[in-house]
Design a protein around this ligand. Structure first.
Ligand code: DAH
Length: 357
């Protein structure tokens, strides 16, 4: 009896299983798969040799061969799955960001914290200066009726002075027109009304907040900007009190080498009215492009309260007098930090913002 062509099958199978078990990498595993069960492998040679068997023996021999091959393929698939998952884990381990290392070694703790915007911190500093001078801080609505934003401030409908404020209208309807406040001055009206109603005159208050104008933003204007309003209503208040407050504020906030000056101007709600200017902080008064060679920069307006405004809120101008002022917070920040273009304040470029942390 000739030896069965499958006499080596046990050895071949054991060799194949050992080779699969020994493969440590996917590449090596796939290579050994080709040599073990590929076209030129011993398995395929055995398959071919089945033809030399007597027909009645072929069935059983074929089944034996199939079974051996199935075991090899199964071992191969299991090994492949194992190596694949090891490979995945290896890649994950290599990719992992070790936060412990990074936080301790590279990133200063400061980076994880935010800070108030330059406008917010400027507003706080301005409030501090005025609080130190005896003012209270008050707040008012950003959406106002036409009456508060204009009429009570002695700016009747269709009056040419309305052209001083390019206005965003929220609602033009009857009975009340509603606007986004174009200045913080309407908060004066709320404060005086409350003081009259509560019998709490005199008033010494500043009112910071956001205002809106239909302006095209440029280097010195934003469509949404901030002002701080000041209001003093008391007995025997004179223009000298106003000038003193402006002067004291300017030195306290901008420094001793910066001066303030008042120039005659027109505002419907004050009489007399003035524009309030400070030494240009960029050229220190020498004259430059920012101040149009004048050496001065306008911060805002001020004046003695007009009797028509007292009238609108029911304060007796024979008994009380007062002054008001209003100026830009963003403009203060711009002057204090010599920011060439005010739009930098709203562009959210962290390289700019981080300078003020
Ligand atoms: N509200 C004015 C403006 O935005 C500025 C102003 C001028 C405020 C005179 C005042 C004032 O309180 O008395 O243009």
């Amino acid at each position: 009896m000739t030896s069965s062509p499958l006499s080596t099958l046990g050895d071949e199978t054991a060799r194949a299983l050992a080779a699969i078990e020994a493969a440590d990498e996917l590449g090596a595993l796939d290579e050994s798969h080709a040599t073990l069960v590929g076209r030129r492998s011993a398995f395929v040679a055995l398959q071919r040799s089945l033809g030399t068997l007597a027909p009645e023996e072929r069935g059983a021999a074929g089944a034996t061969l199939q079974e051996a091959r199935r075991r090899v393929e199964e071992a191969f698939a299991a090994r492949r799955a194992l190596l694949e998952s090891r490979e995945r884990q290896r890649r994950l381990d290599a990719d992992r960001l070790d936060l412990g290392d990074v936080v301790v070694a590279q990133v200063p703790w400061r980076l994880t914290l935010g800070h108030p915007s330059l406008v917010a911190s400027t507003q706080r500093e301005l409030e501090d200066v005025f609080v130190a001078m005896g003012f209270k801080v008050a707040d008012g609505p950003e959406v106002e009726s036409d009456w508060y934003n204009f009429e009570a401030l002695n700016i009747p409908p269709a009056h040419p002075a309305r052209g001083m404020w390019d206005t965003f209208y929220v609602d033009l309807g009857e009975p009340e027109t509603v606007v986004l406040r174009t200045h913080t001055s309407p908060t004066q009206i709320h404060l005086m009304e409350a003081a009259v109603a509560g019998g709490t005159l005199p008033v010494h208050s500043v009112m910071p907040g956001r205002c809106y104008r239909r302006d095209t933003p440029d280097a010195r204007h934003l469509a949404a900007f901030h002002q701080v309003e000041g209001l003093v209503v008391d007995r025997d208040i004179t223009f000298a009190d106003l000038a003193g407050v402006i002067e004291t504020f300017t030195k306290a906030y901008f420094g001793e080498d910066i001066d303030a000056r008042l120039r005659p101007a027109y505002f419907p709600f004050t009489e007399p009215s003035a524009e309030f200017e400070i030494t240009c902080t960029i050229c220190r008064g020498a004259g430059c492009r920012t101040c149009s060679q004048t050496g001065w920069i306008e911060l805002g307006g001020c004046g003695m309260l007009d009797p028509a405004v007292f009238d609108a809120v029911g304060i007796d101008p024979e008994e009380w007098s007062g002054f008001a002022f209003g100026f830009g917070i963003d403009r203060c920040a711009q002057m204090r930090y010599q920011i060439a273009d005010m739009r930098a304040l709203i562009e959210n470029d962290v390289r700019f913002l981080e300078q003020f942390s």
